[in-house]
Design a protein around this ligand. Structure first.
Ligand SMILES: NC(=O)c1ccc[n+]([C@@H]2O[C@H](COP(=O)([O-])OP(=O)(O)OC[C@H]3O[C@@H](n4cnc5c(N)ncnc54)[C@H](OP(=O)(O)O)[C@@H]3O)[C@@H](O)[C@H]2O)c1
Length: 239
């Protein structure tokens, strides 16, 4: 049977590449994000195996409706790729508290809302795969990444705890932990001076979103008895 995946954050960057890769591999894909114009265009390009739904991951009802729409369109939800994220980096002394709240709401609560929406059917069927996207900022913290890192450390903690909890239910959990990837993520940095300084500082070549899509596909394509717990994937030039 054709397997069905939900991909959040499918309107740009890694989410676009993952959606394309999964359709190429024969999966049905339900793409979710707020910018539906982009999703609509991508769905047209990808054909019958792709559908989309406007989703704000900070709203738990949106995630529940997303899963219902996926099940209605394709029968059931086999895979969730919790990819939506923002990265408004800044030093905490800058007191950009709205950025802190937004990161927690999207990167952490958003992931939890996705898990909550798909877990009941996966646990009951004793089949499913949840892929959460963390970051190397979830492995090591820097002075400007305290809150972003907190969310991405959190994603790794949630992923491994859920993986352990689900061992008896045949639900696999993978966390994909990228280094620098060439996407629109830096657009979410609200401290523009910091963004300029950061871009001048990061001189190595970034990965392309397709490199992360390959990592997601590697985890998904393993036999059901094989759980890839974590994939850390960095540009060769990134320390
Ligand atoms: N690029 C990197 O260097 C890098 C490194 C490590 C980890 N990551 C992680 O990779 C993931 C994907 O990021 P990206 O690099 O592909 O960045 P991106 O190009 O900026 O994509 C971010 C995606 O998240 C979605 N999103 C943001 N807020 C949302 C919300 N409230 N509800 C639903 N969707 C929302 C955006 O869609 P809408 O705005 O249309 O809603 C967009 O599709 C993130 O979790 C990020 O932390 C990226």
């Amino acid at each position: 049977m054709t397997r069905t995946a939900i991909v959040t954050g499918a309107s740009s960057g890694i989410g676009v590449a993952v959606s394309k890769k999964l359709v190429e591999l024969g999966y049905n894909v339900m793409m979710a994000a707020r910018r539906v114009d982009r999703l609509e265009e991508l769905a047209k390009e990808l054909g019958d195996k792709a559908a989309y739904r406007a989703t704000d991951v900070t709203n738990p009802d949106d995630l529940k409706a997303l899963v219902e729409a996926t099940d209605a369109a394709f029968g059931q939800t086999d895979i969730l790729v919790n990819n939506a994220g923002i990265m408004p980096l800044s030093p905490m002394s800058g007191r950009r508290t709205e950025d802190w709240d937004n990161m927690i709401d999207v990167n952490l609560r958003g992931v939890l809302h996705g898990i909550d929406a798909v877990l009941p059917q996966m646990a009951e069927r004793q089949d499913g795969h949840i892929v959460n996207v963390s970051s190397v900022a979830g492995l090591a913290v820097t002075p400007i990444s305290a809150v972003y890192s907190a969310t991405k450390f959190g994603v790794r903690a949630i992923s491994d705890g859920l993986r352990q909890e689900m061992t008896g239910r045949n639900v696999r959990v993978t966390v994909v932990t990228p280094g620098g990837v060439n996407t629109e993520l830096a657009d979410s940095i609200t401290d523009k001076n910091l963004r300029t300084a950061l871009e001048a500082h990061l001189t190595f070549d970034f990965l392309e979103p397709e490199n992360i899509a390959d990592a997601v596909a590697y985890a998904l394509e393993q036999p059901a008895s094989v759980c890839i717990g974590e994939i850390v994937i960095r540009p060769t030039g990134q320390a």
